[in-house]
Ligand binder design. Structure first.
Ligand SMILES: CC(C)(COP(=O)(O)OP(=O)(O)OC[C@H]1O[C@@H](n2cnc3c(N)ncnc32)[C@H](O)[C@@H]1OP(=O)(O)O)[C@@H](O)C(=O)NCCC(=O)NCCS
Length: 224
């Protein structure tokens, strides 16, 4: 069952939302609190349709990519999207910047306190690590659970490496502290460079949430 990678198109918002909702990571659990899965999916559907529309109409430094299984077992005969990613390209100073950060009305149950603290902590960590350097940033990467460990995540994760190496640019990502996911990033040359913590008791929860920053340095072209 061959997998192929391509740009998302305008109609992909609902399937991106469904894939995103298929795995509830600890971050999402804290972020969405008591919101229902349907409400989270609706929120994502609005958000991703708006972002894809913005990308198509106005252009953006965000690139939404998908991996399609060209020959799925479901007998449909058509390709099925099984994974997607949001990459942010190094900013072009001459082009208008668009954040890609469109958000719908958060669903009932959303934990504003956690999101505020986590976003501030992650933003501060990112600023400290990057120090204004231009780079490629992986903002999101999700594969449907039943299609994980088939290489889709790696296809999306390594997408800009050739370009980044030619341009001598760093690739950056930050992610929650999950050993399996971090092992995948390390396999592709990322190194953990920083971490930040959010005390959950401040948000009415227990424990501490940890988010890590990882960087892949460009390779000299001869190394490839
Ligand atoms: C992280 C994620 C995108 C990987 O997608 P994928 O399509 O399975 O990726 P690949 O098939 O290219 O790589 C799989 C590798 O990831 C790691 N991995 C992922 N899930 C794993 C699991 N459940 N158990 C063990 N290793 C796992 C392993 O290193 C594995 O390599 P291996 O199969 O050679 O042992 C997917 O697990 C996912 O969507 N997770 C939930 C969302 C998330 O955490 N996203 C990342 C933070 S933004």
């Amino acid at each position: 069952m061959p997998l192929s990678i391509s740009d998302c198109d305008l109609t992909d918002g609902p399937i991106i939302a469904a894939i995103h909702t298929s795995t509830v990571t600890p971050f999402m659990k804290y972020q969405f609190g008591s919101a229902s899965t349907d409400a989270i999916r609706d929120n994502f559907r609005w958000q991703y349709t708006a972002v894809l529309t913005q990308i198509q109409q106005k252009g953006s430094e965000h690139v939404y990519l998908k991996v399609v299984d060209q020959n799925p077992d479901d007998g449909s005969g058509t390709g099925t999207m099984i994974a997607w990613a949001d990459w942010e390209l190094p900013e072009d100073d001459s082009a208008p910047s668009s954040s890609g950060g469109l958000r719908g009305q958060p669903p009932y149950g959303y934990n504003y306190r956690f999101c505020g603290l986590a976003c501030d902590a992650v933003e501060a960590m990112r600023t400290k690590v990057l120090q204004g350097k231009k780079c490629y940033v992986l903002n999101q990467l999700v594969t449907l659970p039943e299609h994980q460990r088939r290489g889709a995540g790696s296809m999306l994760l390594t997408w800009p490496f050739e370009r980044a190496d030619k341009e001598g640019m760093v690739c950056y990502l930050d992610t929650e502290e999950d050993g399996k996911v971090i092992a995948l990033y390390e396999k592709h040359g990322y190194v953990k460079v920083a971490e930040c913590k959010v005390p959950l008791w401040v948000c009415g929860l227990e424990g501490v949430y940890t988010h890590v920053a990882m960087v892949r340095e460009p390779k000299a072209l001869a190394e490839n």
